[in-house]
Design a protein around this ligand. Structure first.
Ligand SMILES: NC(=O)CC(=O)C(=O)O
Length: 294
């Protein structure tokens, strides 16, 4: 009965392609406004982009960094302003909220950190970007997150009322091992807040999202900030949801907006029954080992 209920369940997902500026308070209040709009339009899971409260760039991370609670559950009075704002709007709207990412400071180290909240405002868990962006394309683009950030050492998957969701951040898309691990954990939806750029984005963003979805036969969404050609970093935009067949269900252009997609979980089982690769793994020949705990 439970399996049937899940097999037929479907829900609306909202990807908020936010225009991010240099004022943190404005970024937070505009993000909350968009979460309210997405909830009013019937979304059950809402996701924000990478670095939604600060401009993207190694020169900004330290100035915008906040502490993130060490414990899950309702954030205490000492929680940072972004954590409090996200928790509050998730509770007000009764949605699962994947809070994009923010620069975090913890014991003198900096991280690119995503916090996820339940509909009661409780912090469900944090994901610190595991693979840090290291891009050097001579004459075109250079940025190295490892110059400032430390990598996270844990993955994050959590249960919603419909399915288990796995979280990665941007450059993590380049490492299909993470998607495989979430697939093995039973996730049916992967959410990657991101900020690809106008050099790598046109070639790699959609390709990586679709590849991850097709290889693991599950839903994958990438959530970008909007493109701003006056900023020092030109985010690619093009937030999108891809289905387990590897097809783009819905996508944005480069401008600010909310992308809505219907996640019909029965598609996961349908695609897996049509082409049973998830049941054909040759674990006698190779392995994917999850060395972390949830
Ligand atoms: N910003 C990133 O983390 C990644 C990126 O832009 C890229 O891989 O290209």
């Amino acid at each position: 009965m439970a399996a049937h209920a899940e097999a037929t369940s479907s829900f609306k997902l909202a990807l908020i392609q936010l225009a991010v500026g240099s004022d943190k308070a404005t970024n937070l209040s505009r993000a909350a406004e968009k979460v309210r709009e997405a909830a009013q339009n019937g979304s059950k899971i809402v996701a924000l982009p990478e670095c939604f409260n600060s401009p993207y760039g190694t020169q900004y991370f330290k100035d915008y960094a906040e502490e993130v609670p060490a414990e899950t559950g309702q954030p205490g009075p000492g929680a940072g302003e972004s954590c409090k704002a996200l928790s509050q709007v998730a509770r007000e709207c009764g949605v699962f909220l994947v809070g994009g990412s923010i620069p975090e400071v913890r014991k003198g180290k900096y991280y690119n950190t995503s916090m996820s909240f339940g509909p009661d405002g409780a912090l469900l868990g944090v994901f610190r970007k595991v693979h840090l962006a290291d891009v050097n394309i001579p004459g075109k683009l250079r940025f190295r997150e490892p110059d400032v950030l430390s990598p996270g050492n844990k993955f994050l998957s959590f249960d919603t009322d419909w399915c288990k969701v796995g979280i990665g951040i941007c450059y993590d898309l380049r490492f299909p091992e993470l998607g495989s691990i979430y697939g093995l954990r039973g996730c049916k939806l992967l959410l990657y807040p991101g900020a690809f750029n106008t050099v790598t984005g046109p070639v790699h963003w959609e390709l990586l999202i679709r590849g991850l979805a097709a290889n693991n036969q599950l839903f994958v969404a990438g959530i970008s900030s909007a493109q701003d050609l006056t900023a020092s970093y030109h985010a690619w935009g093009h937030s999108m949801l891809c289905n387990p067949w590897g097809k783009v269900v819905v996508s944005a252009d480069e401008k600010e907006g909310i992308v809505y997609g219907e996640v019909d979980l029965s598609e996961v089982d349908r695609v897996r029954s049509h082409i049973p690769v998830t049941a054909q793994k040759r674990w006698d020949l190779y392995s994917i080992t999850d060395k972390t705990s949830t």
